[in-house]
Design a protein. Structure first.
Length: 368
């Protein structure tokens, strides 16, 4: 209870606003804001054009919202309300269990997912790809009266914004014809787009909201991989799809959720990937100076002895980004320095990592 009391004190909110104001004045804030907005736009494309038309229920709050929206006869507009409502409770957990920065960023991403979905609906409705306009005054009158009318295949007729009757002719955005929806194509496209979006969010200590919050909590306190954490919760949500989908569609959703977890881990590790470089040379000092002074990166020096020649050498070890590694290789090649170099990918780096940038000709060090 003592931990929760801080959230109702004036001092807490005063400090929070002060921290926010300081963050707004930094370039990092605006860069991450743009990343979150673009990332969530991609996520909205995945949901609107691939998840909703195919009726796939891949484990996510969006998937759960589709279940509830369908059960209560909702529309694309009411879908966004379900998303925001379910996220409200989870956002409280984000602030309490993860932290203010994560919580604040997730508030922003959760709030814009619904409006971004509506934005794509207004720019180019997916019904343009899955439905055709038919001329039926009788059906039009029933729809305008608020009635639900089904076609011969059990699909409901829709009423467009321009007052036209829409008949479903495809079960998927990339369908091969009537009733031949390519749900696997929709699944792969949705999972890949959403996983990229999620990986970017996690990289900047944010999330897409909903299930990602639970995944982050499990990751922080139980130390599971973030993708595994998201997948576990997603499978549970997938089971709710039995209420509106047949067994086959639910199994496809579970497979998609599992692929989503693997993809998150892959993209997350790719974003954090570094090169572990080992260099043995007769001119170690020149290489060390280049790494430390030019790249502004640390390195370690080890005395080694050749097993064949018995000669002593200095080995330089450093963790570098791909661009920095390429720069070191170019420096050694251009200066014709004889060196033996090995390099391997390091998927995760813990502890202090120095990021640097040039500002008005001076190197500025930023700790991550």
């Amino acid at each position: 209870m003592e931990h929760l009391k801080q959230y109702i004190t004036l001092a807490y909110w005063s400090d929070l606003l002060k921290t926010f104001w300081e963050a707004v004045r930094t370039l990092k804030f605006w860069r991450e804001l743009i990343m979150m907005t673009v990332g969530m736009s991609v996520g909205a494309i995945a949901v609107y054009y691939f998840l909703m038309p195919s009726h796939l229920i891949v484990g996510s709050i969006s998937g759960l919202s589709i279940v509830l929206n369908t059960l209560f006869g909702g529309t694309p507009d009411t879908f966004s309300y379900w998303v925001m409502g379910i996220n409200a409770f989870l956002l409280l957990l984000a602030f309490i269990l993860i932290g203010n920065e994560f919580g604040a960023k997730t508030v922003y991403t959760a709030m814009i997912l619904g409006p971004l979905t509506q934005m794509w609906d207004r720019i180019y409705p997916y019904t343009n790809l899955t439905h055709k306009v038919i001329d039926s005054p009788e059906i039009l009158a029933q729809l305008q009266a608020g009635q639900t009318v089904l076609d011969a295949h059990g699909n409901p007729y829709l009423l467009s914004r321009t007052g036209e009757v829409l008949e479903r002719v495809r079960d998927s955005v990339m369908s091969g014809g009537l009733g031949q929806g390519d749900v696997w194509f929709d699944l792969i496209c949705f999972v890949l787009l959403l996983s990229i979006c999620q990986a970017v969010m996690f990289r900047i200590n944010a999330s897409t909201g909903g299930l990602d919050i639970l995944g982050k909590i499990v990751n922080k306190y139980l130390h599971f991989d973030i993708g595994t954490s998201v997948a576990i919760g997603g499978v549970i949500i997938c089971c709710t799809a039995f209420l509106i989908n047949d067994f086959r569609m639910v199994v496809i959703g579970i497979i998609g959720t599992w692929i989503n977890g693997l993809a998150i881990d892959y993209f997350t590790s790719s974003l954090n990937k570094r090169k572990r470089v080992c260099i043995v040379s007769e001119e170690p000092e020149r290489i060390r100076q280049y790494i430390v002074e030019k790249l502004v990166r640390g390195c370690s020096l080890y005395k080694i002895q050749g097993g064949y020649s018995g000669e002593e050498h200095i080995e330089i070890q450093a963790l570098l980004t791909q661009d920095e590694f390429s720069s070191v290789m170019a420096f050694i090649r251009d200066n014709k320095i004889k060196a033996f170099i090995t390099a391997g990918n390091c998927s995760e780096v813990y502890g202090l990592w120095i990021r640097h940038k040039k500002v008005h000709g001076k190197t500025v060090i930023v700790n991550e």
